[in-house]
Design a protein around this ligand. Structure first.
Ligand SMILES: N[C@@H](CCC(=O)N[C@@H](CS)C(=O)NCC(=O)O)C(=O)O
Length: 239
């Protein structure tokens, strides 16, 4: 298959757009990057690309695909790889169902508390959100990372995979924020969060630490910039 012509419309501060970067890097696909300035109204040409005005969008051989989960899934389907097994085998269909459930649990039971912590108006609110976040990981995520789920596979990634899967593609940019925005200078997450995760959800902590160390996950990550801009944006929104 000839290499596709891919244009990625993105912004490096956006965790949703970041998903597409991880997928493209894991798949080894070349792409042209167009940075969309999200601090200004979208220009008419971009609203023609994506009428919602959001990033990410991709142009894939001239066809536009939007929404980060759909973009990532499309790329993984169009370029079969370690990210996802084929859907037309029993094991592949099961892996896809397990990844989909894991990602759903992460985004419905954990990430809302991360956002609540980022938006917290006081230290007490932040501690409450932190406790809810950890409880969500404990109840919903930690059991899905138990070795008994992995059918004898012992790799560090989801399902005991030796390489990243679509589960890490879809969660990695949020793991970076969850693990690395607790520094006091940002004041965005409880400083105790990494330690509490280590104590109460050690499998999750190990999996998340390994995931954020992967080059495909962190090559566009700039903690200082994300921390500072997130703080500024939340302060402006709170006024
Ligand atoms: N559901 C969308 C969410 C994307 C999204 O919210 N992107 C934000 C940046 S992080 C955006 O483009 N915001 C522009 C705006 O709201 O004007 C996806 O997963 O792609």
């Amino acid at each position: 298959m000839a290499a596709p012509k891919i244009i990625l419309y993105t912004n490096h501060l956006c965790p949703w757009a970041h998903r597409a970067h991880i997928a493209l890097k894991e798949l080894g696909l070349e792409y042209e990057e167009v940075i969309i300035d999200l601090t200004k109204p979208r220009e008419p040409w971009y609203l023609e690309v994506n009428p919602r005005g959001l990033v990410p969008s991709i142009s894939y051989n001239g066809t536009i695909i939007t929404e980060s989960a759909i973009v990532s899934q499309f790329l993984a389907d169009a370029h079969p790889s370690h990210l996802l097994s084929a859907s037309n085998t029993g094991a592949g269909a099961l892996q896809r169902a397990r990844i989909a459930f894991f990602v759903d649990a992460f985004f419905t039971k954990v990430i809302p508390h991360l956002f609540a912590s980022l938006r917290a108006a006081s230290d007490a609110d932040r501690e409450t959100a932190t406790e809810a976040l950890i409880a969500g990981v404990e109840t919903e995520i930690e059991p899905l990372l138990a070795p008994a789920q992995d059918g004898g596979a012992t790799g560090p990634f989801f399902g005991g995979s030796e390489k990243l899967t679509l589960a890490e593609v879809l969660t990695g940019s949020f793991l970076l924020r969850l693990l690395l925005l607790h520094k006091p200078e940002y004041g965005l997450l409880s400083a105790k969060l990494p330690e509490l995760l280590e104590q109460r959800t050690p499998r999750f902590k190990r999996w998340a630490d390994t995931t954020v160390q992967q080059e495909s996950v962190n090559f566009i990550w700039d903690a200082e910039n994300v921390g500072r801009k997130t703080k500024e944006r939340l302060a402006a929104a709170a006024k």
